[in-house]
Each structure stands twice: as C-alpha cells, then as structure tokens.
Write a protein that binds this ligand. Structure first.
Ligand code: F6R
Length: 242
C-alpha cells in the first residue's frame, strides 16, 4: 500500500486526477470504478477540466459505480445514477450507457446484484477503482462487520452512514435504509485501487484502515490485502496516523 499525504484537499484532487490520468493515457478504454459522495468530486472536476482543455481524453472510459440506494427512482437527484450522470458522464463526455450503476429499484434485487457482478466480469473486470472512505471505515456501503469476501448484495445502511448522508437529501427521513453495494471481495478484484480521504472527520477511519489490523469492524482495512493500492489524503485525514 502506498500512502501519500499532501497539505490540502485541493492537492489530493490533483494527485488523484494525475493517477487516474496516467492509467487512462496507458489505456483509453479503461474500466474505471467510480465512487460517489463528496470525496472524489474534486478529482472528477479536475479530470473534466483536463478533458475540456484537451490534455486528456476520457470519452472511451467504461465506468461502474460502487453502489446505489434501494428504492430511489434513478431520476431522484440523490440517486447515484443521477449523481454520476451529473458529475461523471456529462463532464467526461460519456454516453449514459458507459456509466453503469446497480439497479436499486428492481423488484428482484438479488438478480440485480448477480447481473451487476456479471456486467463487471463481461467488461473484463475493473482496471482502477476509485474509493472514498466512510467515517466508520466503510468502502462502498460495506458497513462494519461486512464479510471480507462479500460480493454485490443488498445491505442495510448503518445509523451513522444515514446521518452522514442526510446532507444529500431534503429531509433526513428520506435517506433510504438499504443499498445495493459491490462487496469487499468484488472491490478486491479491481486491478488497482485508489482511495482518497480529506478532512479530520476521516482521520480515525484512515488510521484503522492503513495501520490497524485487517478486520471486518473496519472494512477498508481489507485493502491491506490488495497488491496495488494507493491512498491519497490531506494532512487533516492523516492526523491519526502513527
Ligand atoms: C459512495 C461510497 C461511500 C463513500 C463514503 C464517503 O459511493 O461508496 O463509501 O465513499 O461514504 O463519503 P463522502 O465522500 O461523502 O465522505
């Protein structure tokens, strides 16, 4: 695991964009795993800026989301399908069909999970998975106690995650109780992983993920078992490292 600590959150955005760009230049049709939430937004904006200025071509990417809420229509502004349309597909110049998101509104969610795993497999697997980290150590929506070898499945969101994500909804009561998320085993199959973390609020989770034991209580710690992980964080997020 390579750990990079930079002075500010803006520096994290630029370094993470450099790492994604390096992969995309090497392979323009990279299969990119995309996270939602606030952590990767600066990286997406920096990548989009490079595309607009003509120094990077993102138009051949195929993207797979990590997760989606259960029960929100795909057109809801808080649904990850909608967020990724806004933050990734549009700015990167990708047709919506090149940004795949688990279907959290299907009647048969188990089948939706199987279909999603199959779609990732049919694309040849994820080349580079971008991740944020929850304050409780989750990646994707693999909450503490998730099985370290889990696959895409329906999970209940923890009270802490629902409270943390209430900011994306008009009313905290609107935060869904469940999600469909890639499993930890699914995430571990990505050929490279890039985790970004900013701010003091993430410091304890980052320290547990990077320096703690590999344990289901901090799902991100499973990344210690992956052979190609880069963690890029600002000084605030690095505050609890030894
Ligand atoms: C989102 C996701 C989550 C977030 C995490 C951090 O697709 O998978 O693991 O990365 O909850 O969220 P932010 O970045 O909003 O602090």
């Amino acid at each position: 695991m390579e750990v990079i600590v930079l002075p500010t959150a803006a520096d994290v955005d630029v370094r993470a964009a450099d790492l994604v760009a390096e992969q995309v230049v090497h392979r323009p049709d990279t299969v990119l795993g995309v996270a939602t939430g606030s952590s990767p937004l600066g990286t997406y904006r920096e990548l989009a800026r490079r595309q607009t200025e003509g120094s990077l071509d993102l138009s051949k990417l195929l993207c797979f989301a990590l997760d989606e809420y259960v029960g929100l229509p795909a057109s809801d502004p808080a649904a990850y399908a909608e967020v990724l349309g806004r933050e990734v597909a549009g700015p990167f110049g990708l047709p919506p069909s090149r940004v795949r998101v688990p279907d959290g509104s299907r009647r048969d969610l188990e089948q939706a999970c199987r279909d999603y795993e199959e779609a990732i497999g049919a694309a040849g697997g994820i080349d580079l998975q971008l991740l944020g980290i929850g304050a409780n150590g989750h990646i994707g929506f693999n909450e503490p106690t998730s099985s370290l070898s889990s696959r895409t499945r329906v999970k209940a969101l923890s009270a802490r995650t629902r409270a943390d994500n209430a900011r994306f909804f008009d009313d905290p009561a609107d935060v869904p109780s469940h999600c469909v998320t890639q499993g930890l085993g699914t995430i571990l199959e990505a050929r490279q992983v890039l985790l970004v973390a900013q701010g003091k609020r993430k410091a304890a989770a980052v320290a547990a993920a990077v320096e703690g034991p590999v344990a289901a209580m901090c799902p991100a710690s499973v990344l210690q078992l992956h052979r190609s992980v880069t963690v890029v964080m600002d000084e605030a997020a690095a505050g609890d490292l030894a």
